[in-house]
Design a protein around this ligand. Structure first.
Ligand code: NAD
Length: 352
């Protein structure tokens, strides 16, 4: 066993019903006195409840999915104008992403309070979109210093969004098993992540107002993001980044739809991954486990439901080929990508 694994420096606090007190303690610990709170208008009340004891000088609510460069620039300018010394993000991956964009150019510390299962809070990956092209990069400075997970903040996340977001987290686990820098620690984190998410998601669907499923989902989301951050983007993430940035498809739903097709594409060429996933799902094969879970939670099935047109397929193929990791367990060809996209657009049986 020979590998190098980098562990990211971050405080992670799981604090059901106690986000407000824990966020205050984190702000004190970081010695901040001029705080910028980033939260979209729909999460404004959640953000106010979480930051009620914090010295806030600026509430910023211009949050846009995939972080357009222009909106990042406005947030950066507002932070400078208000002489901010710490950023708190309260929201999903789009909100965390905007806080990271501010940190990227300012070096300001971020305390992230996630309200979805996207997992951006536990990675040092930033993403910006300009001219229908999504650019991502890795920078240790954008990693939130502290993350505060409070499952009560996710109770308002509608079941459909919870499912899509949970499958986005599951995609982090699956993709990190064959991603370019995958190592045994990532694989252990991903395996436990799959177990937590596969148990948590049906519990959320069965009892959306219950905390147990929501807590498992946050735990699984954190593990999945930690594995993903270390292992890097595999084929699944490269495909979804192209689709999200180029055709403005919703992030979590795109991941939820595409995952079984990439798993079906790669599984036979990656028998160890197949075994690990099947074991985590408790099924005879990985795809069977994923599909059983997807049926149980009524997962999104077809990219055409989110605006991906037939004509987009041929447009996307060369861009995906260029982005596909050379280390993918199976060779990625134009024909293979075209067939994968067509099947995902139509919601065809991935096993076929
Ligand atoms: P999102 O942040 O856009 O949120 C989706 C919707 O859910 C929004 O309308 C939001 O207002 C709503 N919402 C969020 N929390 C809620 C709550 N508790 N109750 C009710 N509604 C709530 O979507 P997302 O899927 O969380 O994040 C997607 C973005 O995150 C994408 O831009 C993606 O690229 C990025 N991302 C980045 C990383 C990374 O490592 N950098 C990882 C994962 C995702």
């Amino acid at each position: 066993m020979r590998f190098e694994h980098e562990t990211l420096a971050q405080r992670v606090c799981f604090a059901p019903s106690e986000a407000s007190a824990v966020v205050w303690a984190e702000v004190e610990r970081l010695g901040a006195s001029r705080v910028m709170v980033i939260a979209s208008a729909s999460e404004a009340d959640l953000a106010k409840s979480v930051t009620s004891d914090v010295p806030v000088v600026l509430h910023h609510d211009e949050v846009v999915m995939h972080v357009p460069v222009a909106s990042a620039e406005r947030a950066r300018a507002a932070a400078t104008a208000h002489d901010v010394d710490l950023v708190i993000s309260v929201g999903g991956g789009s909100t965390t992403g905007l806080a990271k964009a501010v940190a990227l150019t300012s070096g300001l510390p971020v305390v992230a309070v996630p309200t979805t299962y996207a997992g951006s809070e536990a990675t040092s990956v930033w993403g910006l979109t300009e001219g229908a092209r999504k650019t991502t990069g890795v920078d240790a400075g954008v990693l939130p210093r502290s993350v505060v997970y409070d499952a009560t903040l996710t109770l308002s996340l509608p079941v459909g969004l919870s499912v899509a977001s949970g499958l986005n987290a599951l995609a982090h686990c699956v993709d990190s098993l064959w991603a370019p820098r995958t190592d045994p620690i990532d694989q252990a984190l991903a395996g436990e992540g799959v177990r937590a998410l596969a148990a948590g998601l049906p519990a959320v669907v069965a009892d959306p107002a219950g905390l147990e499923g929501r807590e498992r989902m946050l735990y699984g989301a954190y593990l999945s993001a930690t594995a993903f951050s270390s292992a890097g983007s595999g084929l699944h993430h490269k495909i979804c980044h192209v689709l999200g940035g180029r055709y403005d498809l919703p992030h979590a739903q795109t991941h939820a739809v595409v995952l079984p097709y990439v798993l079906a594409f790669n599984a036979q060429a990656a028998p160890q991954v197949e075994r690990r996933l099947a074991e985590a799902f408790g099924t005879a094969s990985a795809l069977e486990g994923l599909q059983r879970l997807r049926r149980t939670v009524d997962a999104p099935v077809a990219l055409r439901d989110y605006g991906f047109a037939e004509a987009d397929i041929d447009d996307a193929v060369p861009v995906i080929l260029e982005a596909a990791p050379p280390s993918n367990p199976r060779e990625v060809t134009a024909d293979g990508v075209r067939r994968l996209l067509r099947a995902a657009r139509e919601g065809a049986d991935p096993a076929a």
